[in-house]
Design a protein around this ligand. Structure first.
Ligand SMILES: [Zn+2]
Length: 208
């Protein structure tokens, strides 16, 4: 990953090295954990704590080798996500990757082009399913300092913005699938290659 060329869409709080130096890796919540299935609260305090959360998200995303991570995926029910993601579905190492964070994000779709590509989620380890998404969007929100940001993205990056904003609205990509598609995706779940938060056990059932 150190070879890729990175464009910082939002660099408030420093570049990735600054976040990696400051942050700590946190385990990832998985489907069935209530924090993933309820809308997160708007961020209202733009202080040091938010900065630490964003750094922790970048480090946790690196640990889990994801291209995006929402705060409720580390158990924090606040509307903020980070990403390190290219636009091409090839995820080629020789293309430009985009990095940033967005606080209180809202996705605006541009045009009516859609793409149907396989999508996965660190909170549904091992599973993938095809989800149609808008191919071009702009995500609007705020940076760590509370300044407005508007970031356009297409293809995989657009999908990432939609996927992460869905997370903060309490939705997983599974919620876009048919009942059958959802069952198939859940059946594909396997052992994650990164630390996860054990789900609260009420009656032993995982309730996606
Ligand atoms: Zn996800």
């Amino acid at each position: 990953m150190s070879e890729i060329e990175i464009h910082y869409d939002v660099a408030t709080g420093g570049d990735l090295d600054a976040h990696y130096a400051r942050g700590e890796s946190r385990p990832v919540t998985v489907v069935g954990n209530p924090v993933l299935h309820e809308p997160c609260a708007d961020v209202t305090e733009f202080g040091d704590e938010l900065g630490r959360l964003v750094s922790d998200l970048f480090v946790s995303m690196r640990t889990a080798r994801g291209v995006g991570l929402a705060a409720n995926q580390v158990g924090v029910p606040l509307r903020v996500f980070v990403y390190l993601c290219p636009e091409s579905y090839e995820r080629a190492g020789d293309e430009l990757w985009h990095a940033g964070h967005v606080v209180n994000p809202v996705v605006e779709v541009s045009g009516d082009e859609t793409g149907a590509h396989p999508e996965g989620c660190l909170s549904v380890p091992g599973a993938r399913a095809v989800v149609p998404r808008a191919a071009r969007v702009t995500v609007r929100g705020f940076d760590l300092a509370g300044h407005p940001v508007a970031i356009p993205g297409r293809d995989l990056l657009a999908r990432c913005f939609q996927h992460e904003t869905d997370h903060l609205n309490g939705r997983l990509y599974l919620d876009h699938l048919t009942a059958e598609g959802r069952r198939a995706a859940l059946a594909e779940m396997g052992e994650p290659a990164y630390p996860v938060v054990p789900n609260p056990v009420a009656d032993g059932a995982i309730r996606p």
